[in-house]
Design a protein around this ligand. Sequence first.
Ligand code: URA
Length: 153
Amino acid sequence: ILFVGEAPGYDEDQKGVAFVGRAGHLLTRMIAAMGYTREEVFIGNILKCRPPNNRTPLPDEMATCIPYLKRQIAVLQPKVIVAMGATALKGLLEDPGLSIMRMRGKWLEYKGIDLMPTLHPAYLLRKPEAKADVWEDLKEVLARLGREPPKRK
Ligand code: URA
């Protein structure tokens, strides 16, 4: 599974690793709830460096970085891509008009690879009531891979 976010934040910029701050901690727990470890999936971003003041990436910044992500996908050949948030969805499908709120939970395709759009973990930190929707999306991903979430201990 390839999880795609938006861009590194402060913590990611310091460490050179995607999703290692607060949103990353939640993502790690989401991955664990699915029955995987971070080492068993790949976590990447649309942008490879942090936009000033964490602002939303500009179209030209996305266009600069997306060829790199495309190469990553070609090398990784993921079975499923989880696009987390509007930037990942718009960037991967190269359609700035897409709405993550309207598209989440609906299977799409990126170059023949199943793509599930869902909400970004940073959004879930602000709106925990949306976690149930994201869990539905992640269970869809598991079902597509022929897996079930592990029983909670
Ligand atoms: N948010 C993202 O979109 N990516 C990260 O790596 C961290 C936070």
